[in-house]
Design a protein around this ligand. Structure first.
Ligand code: T4K
Length: 368
């Protein structure tokens, strides 16, 4: 039996270089709480991502939870059911009701044409997700937000380094959050960030992620502990040095998949979007049983038998989990596109060190 192939595998920094950085941390004994590597990583990320302010977090979920706190969001928030469950959990942890909106067939993102009908007097914000790093329809979403006085928080967990028309997606809306989890294109083992537009908001977020402390003896607001430590920040600095190579290698893998699967009946593959610099975080395909002859789940199982662990991101829909399925907006009839895609999607293995021969093997299985 061949070695297992997982949906992803993290790229790791050079161990000798990391050891050197650890040596520095050991000597300084500054291991947490806004240390020198933490500050340096914030600065370097702002430069790389072309954003004005960034606040590092210990993971993306806490960044989401804190972003909602920072904007004092309450009531109802319109969001997508087609995401990782953390998107809605962050709302729930803030006592906010998620209101699920259907998605587009083309990019898997929230369908802006369906948002307005979901607005009630309790709606305070829209929380879209740039699914797989595909840019949301910023213009339409912002227009609705401006018309109804709503905030926009982008869950940009998949959108590290994605640009549209040379503009970073992370500058859209009121706040954007990132995840640096081990499974992401840019990983710091665990980690995340909030991107914001002004110094005052950055200060507020920095206080919130540090229990609410504004000075040694003053607390403003009830914060949480969501800080990134020096061991992780230094690891992040090394990862950032390699990020362009990481993205380029992923792009090569995606191109190979596209060449090998182009024309396979019943499998939909997706091409790059015009004027978008992608980060190739996932390689989703859609499997149409009528044309392909097998269901998505059958394909998933066949791959598994071959020691290939593709993942059904995102199945089930968030709205199908028991915690959310009782909400009126979870009704499948209002989520027809999301309900169809969640049954057809399969994310094939994708990571920088994935061997071409393994991609060929996966495609051979798919091509029968
Ligand atoms: N918003 C969105 C839209 C998100 O997608 C996510 C996270 C968040 C918010 C929250 O951000 P974080 O709080 O996580 O920073 C994974 C990740 O845990 C999660 O970060 C990610 N989205 C989600 C889409 O995928 P699982 O449960 O599928 O991960 P897991 O552990 O099964 O890993 C998948 C495969 O990756 C494994 O089969 C093997 C490989 N792997 C994984 C890890 C952790 C490795 O090779 N090495 C590793 O260390 O959720």
């Amino acid at each position: 039996m061949e070695n297992p192939i997982y949906v992803t595998q993290p790229s790791l920094p050079s161990l000798p270089e990391y050891t050197q950085m650890l040596q520095q941390i050991w000597e300084s004994k500054h291991i947490a709480n806004n240390g020198p590597f933490h500050k340096q990583l914030e600065t370097e990320l702002c430069n790389y991502l072309q954003v004005p302010y960034i606040s590092l977090f210990s993971n993306g979920t806490l960044a989401l939870i804190t972003a909602l706190q920072a904007l004092r969001i309450t009531g109802e928030v319109i969001t997508t059911p087609y995401s990782f469950v953390a998107t809605s959990h962050a709302l729930h942890w803030n006592g906010i009701k998620p209101v699920f909106c259907d998605i587009n067939q083309t990019d898997f993102n929230i369908n802006p044409d369906k948002i307005e009908a979901l607005i009630t007097p309790k709606t305070t914000a829209i929380m879209p997700v740039h699914v797989y790093g595909n840019p949301c329809n910023k213009e339409k979403i912002q227009h609705i937000a401006d018309t109804y006085g709503l905030k926009v928080i982008y869950d940009a967990a998949h959108a590290f380094g994605v640009f549209k028309n040379d503009e970073s997606l992370l500058n859209w809306g009121d706040l954007s959050i990132l995840s640096f989890h081990a499974t992401k294109t840019f990983n710091t083992v665990e980690g995340g960030a909030i991107v914001c537009h002004d110094a005052k908001m950055k200060e507020r977020i920095d206080h919130l992620k540090n229990f609410g402390f504004t000075s040694e003896t003053t607390i403003q607001g009830i914060g949480i502990n969501a800080k990134m430590n020096e061991l992780i920040a230094s690891y992040g600095l090394l990862q950032l040095k390699n990020i362009d190579i990481e993205i380029a290698k992923r792009q090569e893998k995606v191109n190979l998949y596209r060449n090998l699967l182009e024309g396979t009946k019943g499998i939909t593959i997706f091409q790059d979007i015009l004027n978008v610099r992608h980060n190739y975080s996932y390689f989703p395909i859609l499997i149409n049983k009528q044309q392909f002859g097998k269901t998505r789940d059958e394909v998933y199982e066949i791959l598994k038998k071959n020691n290939i662990f593709a993942r059904r991101y995102f199945y089930p829909l968030i709205s199908q989990f028991p915690a959310y399925s009782g909400l009126p907006s979870a009704n499948k009839e209002n989520l027809t596109t999301a309900s169809q895609i969640t049954e057809q999607v399969l994310c094939l293995p994708l990571y920088a060190e994935l061997e071409n021969q393994n991609i060929e093997r996966i495609c051979k299985i798919l091509n029968g």
